[in-house]
Design a protein around this ligand. Structure first.
Ligand code: MEV
Length: 305
C-alpha cells in the first residue's frame, strides 16, 4: 500500500471547558466537518507537504517527525490535506489534522495502532506544540460521537445521544486559547479557593448533563447550559459579543445557550427545538454572529481510501 486517505472530525465542547484542564470532566461532541489527510510513500531526501489553508504546518510536520521516530521509520512521505471547515471557528482543526495524520501514517506503514494509541500519540504531539490542553479535542477527533472526557484521557466514555439540535454561532473573533488558559492559570494561583469552587460546580453540571443527555431530557440540558455559561462568565472567559449572542438566542426561544471552548471569541452554542431553529439562527445572526451549519455526534477518525 503506497497511498492512503484518512479523515478526522472537528469538535464542539458542550460542557466543562476550563475545569477540564484542572482534572474535572467535560462533554464533547464531534461535528460533521472533517479534515482529510492523504499520505503517500515517496522517493527522495525530504518529506513533502501540500496543505493549502493549513495556517500552522507544525502540527503535521511534528506528527510525521514524532511518529517516524517512535516507529523507527526512515521512508519519506508526501502529505496532502483538504478540509471542510475554517480554522477560525475553533472547531479543533489542529487536533483533527494531527489525529488524521497519525491515522494516515499508521495505515500507510501498517502499524495497526489502536484508537487509544492514536489518541495517546496525538495528545502528546499537541501538548508538546501547544504547551497547554486537556486533550478533549484529540479524543473527540479519534473516537467521535459524544464523549464524557476527563483530563489527559483518564476517562473517555461514549454517551449515547439520540438527537441534539444545536444552533452554532461564530463570534467573528478567533480565540487565543493558550493565552486565555494561561491567564486563568495565573488567577487560579492567586485565588485558588474561589476558582476551584467554580470548577467543582461546573463538574457537577457535567455529571447532570451526562444523565440529561442519556435520558433525552432537553429542558434540563438547556438549564444546565445556562448554569455552565454563568460560571464561565464569572471566571471571566466570556466576551460581550458572546454574551449578546447567547442572550438573544435565549430570547428567541433557545432552551439553553453557552460559549463553547476557551471563550473570548470562537463559538457559542444554543440548544433548540427544530421549530425554534430558524428564529434562534436569525437572532444569533442579528447579534453579529455567523451561524455555522454543523451536525453533532459525527464519526471519529476513519479510513477514506
Ligand atoms: C478550549 O477549547 C477548551 C479548554 O478547556 C482548554 C482545553 O481543555 O484544552 C479551555
Amino acid at each position: 500500500m503506497n497511498r492512503v486517505v484518512v479523515s478526522a472530525p472537528g469538535k464542539l465542547l458542550l460542557f466543562g471547558e476550563h475545569a477540564v484542564v484542572y482534572g474535572y470532566p467535560s462533554i464533547v461532541t464531534a461535528v460533521d466537518r472533517r479534515i482529510n489527510v492523504e499520505a503517500v510513500k515517496i522517493e527522495g531526501k525530504l518529506d513533502h507537504y501540500n496543505c493549502p489553508g493549513v495556517k500552522d504546518l507544525s502540527f503535521i510536520q511534528g506528527t510525521v517527525k514524532q511518529l517516524k521516530k517512535v516507529y523507527k521509520i526512515s521512508q519519506k512521505v508526501a502529505i496532502a490535506t483538504n478540509s471542510s471547515f475554517s480554522q477560525n471557528y475553533g472547531l479543533g482543526s489542529s487536533s483533527a489534522v494531527t489525529v488524521a495524520t497519525v491515522g494516515a501514517l499508521s495505515q500507510l506503514f501498517k502499524l495497526k495502532m489502536s484508537k487509544r494509541e492514536i489518541f495517546d500519540l496525538s495528545y502528546k504531539i499537541i501538548l508538546s506544540l501547544q504547551g497547554v490542553g486537556s486533550g478533549f479535542d484529540a479524543a473527540s477527533a479519534v473516537f467521535g460521537k459524544t464523549l464524557y472526557y476527563v483530563y489527559a484521557g483518564k476517562v473517555i466514555e461514549s454517551i449515547k445521544v439520540k438527537s441534539l439540535s444545536l444552533v452554532i454561532g461564530y463570534s467573528g473573533i478567533k480565540a487565543d486559547t493558550k493565552t486565555i488558559v494561561k491567564k486563568l492559570g495565573q488567577r487560579y494561583k492567586q485565588n485558588r479557593i474561589e476558582i476551584e469552587e467554580k470548577f467543582i460546580k461546573i463538574a457537577k453540571i457535567v455529571e447532570k448533563a451526562r444523565k440529561a443527555l442519556i435520558n433525552n431530557n432537553y429542558n434540563e440540558l438547556g438549564l444546565l447550559m445556562n448554569q455552565n455559561h454563568k460560571l464561565l462568565k464569572e471566571l471571566g472567559v466570556s466576551s460581550d459579543r458572546l454574551d449578546t449572542m447567547i442572550e438573544d438566542a435565549l430570547k428567541a426561544g433557545a432552551s439553553g445557550a453557552k460559549l463553547s471552548g476557551a471563550g473570548g471569541g470562537d463559538c457559542m452554542i444554543a440548544l433548540v427545538s427544530e421549530e425554534k431553529k430558524k428564529l434562534v439562527s436569525e437572532a444569533v445572526s442579528k447579534a453579529g454572529g455567523t451561524v455555522i451549519k454543523v451536525n453533532p455526534n459525527a464519526q471519529g477518525v476513519r479510513i477514506e481510501s
